[in-house]
Design a protein. Structure first.
Length: 195
């Protein structure tokens, strides 16, 4: 995403910190680039593990592994077609072998002249059961449901609600408001026990 899109996300999303200005985000991006936490593409140039003086709003923020790979590709290929293994900014990835230290897991091959990362284990199914405070439900939608949906899933959501009242619940309220709301939402009521 661009820096501008990320800043707007902070402004629009409940629960995220309210940034004093866009400059706060820009400074965080600069620090992240220096500390190898992220990369940034400004125009055609990628910055990673180095100081960057200016980050315009249309700059694209990159994951560190993507930034490292693009930096390595940008570092060029020697005249003989082999990768140099050196990345500007002081990061060195030896050509043609497994890495040690900060670059562990990054492999450069002379045949393909590009960085390859081992494929992380992909999870194909997740089931979550959690007790969540009632006033944090909007955070569940933003932080749990939307990322799962964004990964191409139509998550099945089963809600378990337990409530007690010393004075007792009005049966009419339970039937006409609670149950009716669930039905109007298209929910399949699997259980509706009252005592």
């Amino acid at each position: 995403k661009s820096v501008q899109e990320i800043y707007e996300l902070f402004l629009k999303t409940p629960g995220l910190p309210c940034l004093e200005s866009e400059n706060v985000l820009v400074e965080a991006v600069k620090q992240g680039v220096r500390n190898r936490l992220l990369g940034v593409r400004i125009g055609a140039k990628v910055y990673f593990d180095e100081a960057v003086s200016d980050v315009p709003p249309d700059s694209l923020v990159l994951r560190p592994e993507k930034a490292a790979a693009e930096k390595q590709a940008e570092a060029g290929v020697t005249a003989g077609g082999e990768t140099t293994g050196e990345v500007p900014g002081g990061v060195v990835y030896p050509p043609g072998g497994e890495q040690a230290g900060a670059g562990a897991g990054l492999v450069s091959t002379a045949k393909e002249d590009r960085a390859e990362f081992p494929t992380p284990h992909r999870v194909t199914r997740v089931a979550i059961k959690a007790a969540v405070p009632w006033d944090k439900l909007s955070h569940i939608v933003k932080g749990v449901i939307q990322p799962l949906k964004g990964a191409g899933s139509d998550p099945e959501i089963i809600i378990e609600i337990k409530a007690e009242s010393a004075g007792g619940f009005d049966r009419t309220t339970l039937d006409t408001r609670v149950r009716e709301t669930l039905l109007q939402l298209g929910a399949e009521i699997k259980e509706f026990d009252v005592e």
